[in-house]
Every structure is written in C-alpha cells, then in structure tokens.
Design a protein around this ligand. Structure first.
Ligand SMILES: C[S@@+](CC[C@H](N)C(=O)[O-])C[C@H]1O[C@@H](n2cnc3c(N)ncnc32)[C@H](O)[C@@H]1O
Length: 177
C-alpha cells in the first residue's frame, strides 16, 4: 500500500506529467522519410534558410533539413524521450550548430525569424496555432502542413500522395503568409 508520505512525494511529478499531457497537441506518429523530403521540397527550402518543425518527434524533418537542404533547422518537442533521442541523434550526426531541438511547447515559441515551418499536428492544434502564427510570421514565410489544413487559410498548393509505398496516403498543404 502506498503511504501518505510517498504519495505526497509523488504528487508534484504526477501534476507535472498531467500539465504535459494537457499541452499535448498530437500523438507521436512519424512522417515517412519519403514524405519528409516532399514536405521540404514543397516548402522550397533553400540553403541557409531557417526552418522549424512544430512537434519534431524523432527529429527526422529537422535532420533532413540540415543535412540534405543545408538549412538552419530547429525542432520543438514537448515529449522528454523524443527530445532526448532527437538531440542525441543530431549530436551523433555532427549536426550541432546546424540543427537543434527546443524542449518545449509549440504554442510558446518565437517563429518570427522562420522562412519555413513544417507542421504535423491535429486540427485542434492548427486552430490554436493560427492566431499565434498570424501575429508572428514575417511576410513570405512558407508553411507546409501534413494531412491537416489550417482551416482559415487558403493553400497556395495541395499535393496529394495516394500511396507512399507503405499503403498510407498523404496530403500536403502549402501556405504563404
Ligand atoms: C504526429 S507527430 C509528428 C512528428 C514529426 N513532426 C514528424 O512529422 O515525423 C506530433 C509530435 O508533436 C509532439 N507534440 C504534441 N504536442 C506538442 C506541443 N504542445 N509542443 C511540442 N510538441 C508537441 C508530439 O510529442 C509528437 O512528437
């Protein structure tokens, strides 16, 4: 049986995990690598540009953006393990200084320097992000959203991929502020 003292010691960390759970805007469901490349191509990412992946998971978009597209890439990830795993992978690949992960909430970051944002979050999340991005983004910033459109914005282009080779179909939405 758990004692009152043990419970008291446990409560702050339980409360903290509940706060994290409340902030969660999507489960971890990675984008296949072929689609990662299509997202960055659709966003026309160029060498030296600043890109952010909002909810960066294992860091695959950030890593490809830095390695293959030579961009300055930043991921934002709430989950402790994914943050740790992706930061370690960046280090192992020698991408320090080119790619990094912020351990935090996508709703509280500053994207004003971004040239490209990539997003794979649920519709409720894109709704929460809309006013934040409308306020912060400089003119011309591109946004590529995987599967879930920003419902108040008009996409410049929609790319439908009927089968990624693994039996999954995808839709990519390109926006420009
Ligand atoms: C569908 S996955 C996408 C991962 C990656 N972007 C990709 O496309 O492979 C969503 C990610 O967002 C993260 N996430 C959910 N809510 C978040 C929040 N409020 N702030 C930062 N990351 C969040 C999840 O932990 C998960 O890794």
């Amino acid at each position: 049986m758990i004692t009152r003292r043990a419970l008291a010691a446990l409560l702050p960390s339980l409360a903290f995990s509940q706060v994290k759970e409340d902030k969660k805007l999507a489960p971890y469901y990675p984008t296949p690598e072929t689609i990662v490349e299509k997202m960055l191509q659709l966003g026309a990412l160029k060498a030296g540009e600043k890109m952010f992946d909002l909810g960066s998971g294992d860091g695959r978009l950030v890593i490809m953006a830095a390695e293959k597209f030579k961009a300055a890439a930043t991921g934002v990830e709430l989950d402790d393990d994914l943050y740790k795993q992706s930061s370690e992978r960046i280090k192992r690949l020698g991408l320090d200084g080119k790619a990094k992960i912020i351990h935090g909430d996508v709703l509280t970051q500053d994207y004003s320097s971004a040239d490209l944002l990539t997003v794979y979050l649920l519709p409720s999340a894109t709704e929460k992000l809309t006013p934040i991005l409308e306020k912060q983004l400089k003119k011309g910033t591109r946004i590529v959203s995987h599967d879930f459109p920003f419902k108040n914005w008009q996409p410049e282009k929609i790319e439908d991929i009927p089968d990624d080779g693994e039996g999954r179909s995808h839709s990519l939405y390109l926006y420009r502020r």
